[in-house]
Design a protein around this ligand. Sequence first.
Ligand SMILES: [Zn+2]
Length: 186
Amino acid sequence: MAVREVITTPDDLLSSKSEFITASEVKSEKIQNLVADIYDTLKSGSYGVGMSAIQIGEPLAVSIVMIRPTPNRPELGHFNKEYFNPKIIETFGEKEPMWEGCCSVLDEEKNPVYAKVPRYKKIRVSYLDSEGEEQEDIAEDFLAHVLQHEVDHINGIIFTDLVPEDATVSQEEYRRRLALEKAENK
Ligand SMILES: [Zn+2]
């Protein structure tokens, strides 16, 4: 389909709630075209591991998770899934600070910025699958992390809303800190 422009902050649309869709809309041409555009837009960049429709200007509750090895996280495996109307219905344990960035939050040089955001390591999520069927999954670790970020987008929340302003660092600084943390954990 098409690579779409990704909306970046400041933009009021990113703070607005996305509309849920019906099970029959999932397979509609409109939604399937939207899914194809989100995939194309995600694939056109090398960092994104998830994207929600609102980021390409469509306030509909559609999120795609496309986990893959990235320049910053070469250890990641591959996982692809479409989530329609995703909702976190249960959380397990305490939140832990985890690094994240967003293709909608860039600095003056158009590079993503990063922060450690408190996220659950395990969640239960409900959603409609690509057949429009209701599903519930337990998600853990990195997938749980990405889903919390995407469900926030659907609720009009971006990760920088969840941390103090001075918690945000440049991509360069993020890479430096990530390397330090990896060395410490060895
Ligand atoms: Zn994002």
